[in-house]
Write a protein that binds this ligand. Structure first.
Ligand SMILES: Nc1ncnc2c1ncn2[C@@H]1O[C@H](COP(=O)(O)OP(=O)(O)OP(=O)(O)O)[C@@H](O)[C@H]1O
Ligand SMILES: [Mg+2]
Length: 278
């Protein structure tokens, strides 16, 4: 595995602690044609408060990997650990946001979040739970839409509800599986900026899958690039040293941005994208 660092001076101190550990993880699915090895020996240590983006071709095993962090799936061999504890099931310390929102469409935005808060904090009083819901609706700018059924909200608003719901129970790790994949470009950029703001405020550790290299460069401290399957592994980890809070325009004016972008495209497609015709 190689690690590429931006040519710029690093303003961000590289975290070194072992918070979330993916330790020699292999995942094999049995099939009629025999065993199908999806992931083969994936190793990654994520520090508390880091923002990691995972990129790789469709079907390489990104969701499979993050499902093992969420606890929805178990490694065939190896371990995933959070603060030294082996992850064996889903839990409120690790919340997931999916591309398709996974909301109850007949319930309001408020109710969708309240149900999660109520399930995790049954001992809290009703006013306390209502306050948590309202605080998180405000965090994603949805106070006005609180009483709307989520089935009637736009895609961007639905994803705001999903993010608010995930954060309302104060997870230590936020797992996002292509959360903005279904959104138009403008809504997507707005939500990226909101997500970065929330990440900085809440100091949550994020693992996010995306197919969009510019999204990964804008958000991530490190971009984990998976090799093609079967038997995918981490091919390269790219450190993104642009300081926070990030300004998209400034970042895109920096030649280092294109060095990183080309490196990622080269990894994924085996070429330097800006020079293909030369
Ligand atoms: N429950 C399962 N049983 C058998 N095979 C599975 C299962 N889940 C995933 N796979 C297989 O594992 C491989 C990786 O799937 P996964 O969904 O992790 O890929 P991905 O990188 O997230 O792809 P995409 O970018 O399209 O979402 C695929 O070949 C898929 O068919
Ligand atoms: Mg996937």
């Amino acid at each position: 595995m190689q690690t590429l660092t931006t040519p710029q001076s690093p303003d961000l101190i590289q975290p070194t602690s072992k918070f979330l550990e993916i330790d020699q993880v292999t995942k094999v699915y049995p099939s009629a044609q025999g065993d199908h090895t999806v992931l083969d020996g994936v190793d990654l240590t994520v520090s508390e408060g880091e923002f990691i983006c995972v990129i790789g071709h469709s079907g390489c095993g990104k969701s499979t990997l993050l499902n093992m962090v969420s606890g929805f799936a178990q490694p065939t061999s190896g371990e995933v650990r959070l603060k030294g504890e082996r992850i064996v099931r889903p839990g409120p310390d690790r919340m997931v946001v999916f591309q398709n929102y996974a909301l109850l469409p007949w319930k309001t935005a408020f109710e969708n979040i309240y149900i999660a808060v109520n399930a995790v904090y049954p001992e809290k009083s009703k006013p306390e739970k209502v306050e948590i819901v309202q605080k998180h609706l405000a965090m994603v700018g949805l106070e006005e839409a609180a009483q709307k059924k989520t089935g009637q909200l736009s895609g961007g608003m639905k994803q705001r509800v999903s993010i608010a719901r995930a954060l309302s129970i104060c997870p230590e790790v936020l797992v996002l599986d292509e959360p903005f994949g279904a959104l138009d470009a403008i809504t997507r950029e707005e939500l990226q900026e909101e997500l970065l703001k929330i990440w900085a405020e809440q100091q949550v550790t994020v693992m996010m899958i995306t197919h969009d290299i510019d999204e990964a460069l804008f958000l991530a401290d490190r971009i984990v690039m998976m090799t093609n399957g079967p038997a995918a592994k981490i091919g390269e980890i790219m450190e993104v040293h642009f300081p926070h809070p990030r300004n998209r325009t400034q970042m895109m004016e920096d030649p280092a941005y294109y060095t990183l972008r080309n490196r990622a495209l080269d990894f994924l497609f085996g070429r330097f994208a800006l020079h293909t015709d030369e």
